[in-house]
Design a protein around this ligand. Structure first.
Ligand code: EPU
Length: 452
């Protein structure tokens, strides 16, 4: 953290205005990795300027992929014509900066026959193991050697299709299997796969490249390996986590925010909860241009309609459940709802630590080890504080806050904007990992915030 990595936030002003979200962070980075598999350039639109994209770009460039900006704002061209090995020292420059490097395993094994993966980073929201990834790679025939400086992989006999069943529908492990299976010899059957919209969009990317992937019912994905893949041209799904974060900011501050680019279909579960809490929204569908009509950008307007917000009980879950990444921003709005709200976090075992900061601002949030308000989850028997009871409404007051991770960081920011008085939010640069131009967007929404 640097001395400038502090935002002074003068809270108490409702956010009003419009901002735009671009392609989903959790698809863009994976689509960039997929470009490694092709034998022709790929073109990706709507790429936000966020740190995670820079990290993946850096890693791709190290491996010989030429990455350049296209003619349209947010367009990236990725040319894998000269894929080459990089040294572990070069790769290690990116150690600890993101979790995406783990997804380079399959593509690098296909292209180079070996891979080195640095120590991973990403948000500190629990242990975040990679055992499903390693198990899957071994089943494809990879030899995985874990060393203190990172992970070395080879595939002396090539990679072969296999039958796999994930112990839990992990997003990353499903992507690992997809990115490896598409060019493995033979058929791969993946059971208990994650089916988040970002994964379906990655499947669309791979299909454009020439892959054969069937998504069956009941979380079963079947991939028929092909010997070569080409490039793709893709416009990604919008960032539904960012859209929900601004929606929560509108509700918590008593404001009104139009999120250009947001789409209803992948936010249905969020919209149901938003309405149950007492928030209002209006969807405007995207309309493509036709002869004589210019077309229209899709958007969702979110606002606080006045009156009291209502407490809710919710449980985070894999798709189509309520996303774990929607939880932290929404909890700030729940501190303003009358009654007892219950949040049962079932995706990550330690994603409620940030509630302490909200309590320091006047919120009343108690965390529990039990599985509250829903079905028992994997963490109930393992002594993790993964349920929260939020009593409201509470008047929030200013505080000095230190940002712990990306989504919790955004929730701290919302809390500071909703609170009376001047807060200092330390470590705000972390928010740039996943929210493009968030300070410019805050200014556009009338927030009073300045550096240091
Ligand atoms: N898990 C294991 N072993 C593994 C992999 C996962 O036990 O090998 C467990 C995790 O510990 C966790 C659960 O499975 O308890 C789900 O993890 P998952 O693999 O689905 O998460 P991920 O792929 O690491 C992505 C997003 C996260 C998002 C989750 C869940 C990216 C880069 N990250 O993480 O997004 O919360 O899926 O939807 O796509 C964020 O954007 O801030 C973020 C953290």
């Amino acid at each position: 953290m640097t001395v400038n990595d502090v935002l002074t936030v003068h809270g108490g002003t409702p956010l009003h205005g419009r901002i735009r979200v671009r392609g989903a962070k959790n698809l863009i980075s994976k689509a960039m990795v997929a470009a490694l598999l092709g034998d022709a350039p790929s073109r990706l639109y709507d790429v936000p300027r966020i740190r995670d994209v820079e990290v993946v770009r850096g890693l791709l460039e190290l491996h010989g992929v030429r990455v350049s900006d296209g003619a349209e704002d947010g367009e990236l061209v990725l040319d894998p014509a000269n894929v080459a090995s990089a040294t572990s020292d070069e790769i290690n420059v990116h150690a600890g900066s993101s979790r995406i490097p783990i997804l380079f395993c399959g593509p690098l094994l296909h292209r180079l026959g070996h891979a080195f993966i640095p120590d991973l980073g990403g948000c500190h929201i629990g242990p975040r193991p990679i055992d499903f990834h390693i198990q899957a790679l071994r089943q494809f025939g990879a030899l995985v050697d874990k060393a203190p400086e990172g992970m070395h992989l080879t595939a002396p006999n090539g990679l072969h299709g296999t039958k796999l069943e994930l112990p839990y529908p992990s997003v990353g492990a499903t992507e690992q299997v997809l990115l490896t299976a598409v060019m493995a010899e033979g058929v791969t059957e993946l059971r208990n796969a994650a089916v988040e919209p970002e994964i379906i969009d990655l499947i669309c990317v791979l299909q454009k490249m020439g892959a054969i992937i069937k998504v069956h019912t009941d979380r079963v994905i079947e991939i028929q390996g092909v010997p070569r893949l080409g490039g793709y041209t893709h416009r990604p799904i919008p960032d539904r986590i960012e859209a929900a974060s601004w929606a929560a900011a509108a509700l918590a501050t008593g404001g009104d925010i139009e999120v250009l680019g947001a789409e209803q279909v992948d936010m249905m579960t969020f919209l149901n909860v938003f309405r149950s809490v007492g928030g209002a929204y209006e969807v405007t569908d995207m309309r493509p241009p036709r002869a004589g009509s210019p077309g229209q950008e899709g958007k969702i307007r979110f606002w606080h309609p006045g009156g009291e917000l209502k407490a809710v009980a919710l449980e985070t879950d894999v798709h189509p459940g309520f996303m774990t990444d929607w939880q932290q921003p929404l909890v700030v709005a729940l501190t303003q709802a009358r009654g007892l709200s219950i949040v049962h976090e079932t995706v990550y075992e330690q994603r409620l630590g940030y509630t302490e900061a909200l309590n320091s601002m006047g919120a009343t949030i108690q965390v529990y080890r039990d599985c509250l308000g829903g079905t028992p989850c994997r963490f109930g028997r393992r002594d993790f504080k993964h349920s929260a009871v939020i009593a409201g409404p509470s008047k929030l007051h200013a505080a000095d806050l230190v940002i712990p991770d990306l989504r919790a960081g955004f929730s701290h920011l919302i809390a500071a904007l909703a609170a009376e008085g001047t807060s200092r939010v330390y470590g705000v640069d972390l928010i740039n990992r996943g929210y493009e131009d968030f300070e410019a967007k805050l200014a556009a929404l009338g927030a009073h915030a300045e550096r240091a």
